[in-house]
Design a protein around this ligand. Sequence first.
Ligand code: DGL
Length: 270
Amino acid sequence: MQASSPILFLDTGVGGLSVLGEVRKSLPQAPILFAADYAGQPYGQKTEAQVAARVAGLLGRVTERYRPRLACIACNTASTIALGMVREVLEIPIVGTVPAIKPAAENTRTGVIGLLGTAGTIRQQYVDDLEAKFASGKTLLRHAAPELVGEAERKLRGGTPDRKVLAAALYALSAQDEAMALDQVILGCTHFPLLRKELADVAVHDLGWSPDVQFVDGAAGIARRIAHLLDGETFQRTGPDRAVTTGDLDHFLMLKPVLTTYGIDQIERF
Ligand code: DGL
C-alpha cells in the first residue's frame, strides 16, 4: 500500500461530504478521493438492480484508476442495496453507510423513532433486519423524502433550503405518530445531515416539535470504523485531494467553495 493511496468516498452528490467531514476529524492527514456520481443521481428512485449494477461498475472503474486503500460507500441507498455484493467483488475494505437505527434505539426514551431516507433505502430488507436486530419492541416510522436531496444540493451551492419542503417531510413522520411521542429522527440519507440545522429549526418553530427531538446519523461511527481499519497505516499526500464527477463539470464546479472547506482542491470529470 502506497502512503499516497487515498480513501475513496462514493455518493451521488454532496451527501458524501457529511461522512467525509467526520472522517477528516479523525484522519486529517489521509489523502481523499471524493467521487460524486451525478450522472446516476438519484439512486433513491432507481430499482435495486439498477443501483447494484451502477455502484459495482463505478466502484470497479474508480478503484482501478485511483487505487484507493479503502472505499466508503457514503450513500445509504447504495449501501443497503449493494454492500454485500460489492464486498464480494472488490479486494479493498469497503465501509458502508446505513441508517443509524442502533444509536437511535439506544437513545430513545419514548420508544418512537422516525426514519427519513430515500424510497430505495426505506424499503430495503437491510433496514428491516436492522429494525429487528436493534429496535424490536420500539416503533420505527419510515418516510421517503427524496426532495431533501435536492434541498441539500441547493444549500451547498449557496442557495437557501425551502422550509416548506423540510416541514412537509417531518410532518409526514409525525402524522404517523398519533401520540407525538417521536423523540429520534434518523437522517438515513447522507444528504440529510447537511440540513440538520434547518430541519431542527423547522421542527421546533414551524411544526411545534419538542426541542428535545434528536436528529441522528451514523457518520461518527463510520469515521471510527475507518480509523480502526486503517490503524497503523501511513499517509502522505503527493498532491491536492481530489473530487471527481460522472456528471456535468460546470455544475460540479459550483461546489468548489464548499469542497475547499473539506480540503479538496482538485476537481475533475471521471
Ligand atoms: N445520498 C444518497 C443516500 O444516502 C441518496 C441520494 C440519491 O438518491 O441519489 O441514500
